[in-house]
Design a binder for this molecule. Structure first.
Ligand code: ZN
Length: 152
């Protein structure tokens, strides 16, 4: 991708923290390491404050695809509480710890269709040596990179 000055266009990541109890809640959604799950995150005042398991997502061959219709319903409720949509979380089976090509394509397509969403933070849940792990990814129009969220 050609960018004249990538540093100049780097948006500031304003959301950088999560309460440890909420992180535990997120891990709790990922009970079956053989079935992909997913959902949505909401943020307020620079931190992740809402998690919503996507009950209406499509499950095909153990893979999960988000329901945008359900997301819109959830997001309407969040907006009334001053909460902004922040991104999608999902799990991977077999310990796959990277975003897949189709994950990235979906995220970038979502951003291109939702100009009001400046960027997303999309955690990925996976299992390694029986331990459940979360990797946080920043999804911007110009780049995708793994980031660290502060837990407190
Ligand atoms: Zn994925």
């Amino acid at each position: 991708m050609a960018t004249i000055n990538p540093e100049a266009s780097k948006p500031i990541i304003k959301v950088d923290k999560i309460q440890s109890t909420l992180k535990e809640e997120l891990l709790g959604f990922f009970m079956d390491p053989n079935l992909e799950i997913g959902g949505f995150l909401g943020s307020k005042d620079g931190e992740v404050v809402e998690l919503c398991l996507d009950q209406k997502g499509i499950k095909e061959n153990r893979s999960y695809f988000p329901s945008i219709t359900y997301l819109n319903t959830v997001d309407r409720g969040w907006k009334k509480k001053g909460i902004s949509f922040l991104g999608f979380f999902h799990s991977h089976i077999n310990g796959f710890d990277r975003l897949s090509t189709s994950d990235k394509a979906f995220f970038l397509d979502f951003l291109s269709q939702n100009k009001d969403v400046p960027y997303m933070i999309c955690p990925l849940l996976y299992e390694r040596n029986k331990e459940k792990i979360i990797s946080w990814f920043y999804i911007g129009r110009d780049r995708i990179e793994e980031i660290t969220l502060n837990e407190y």
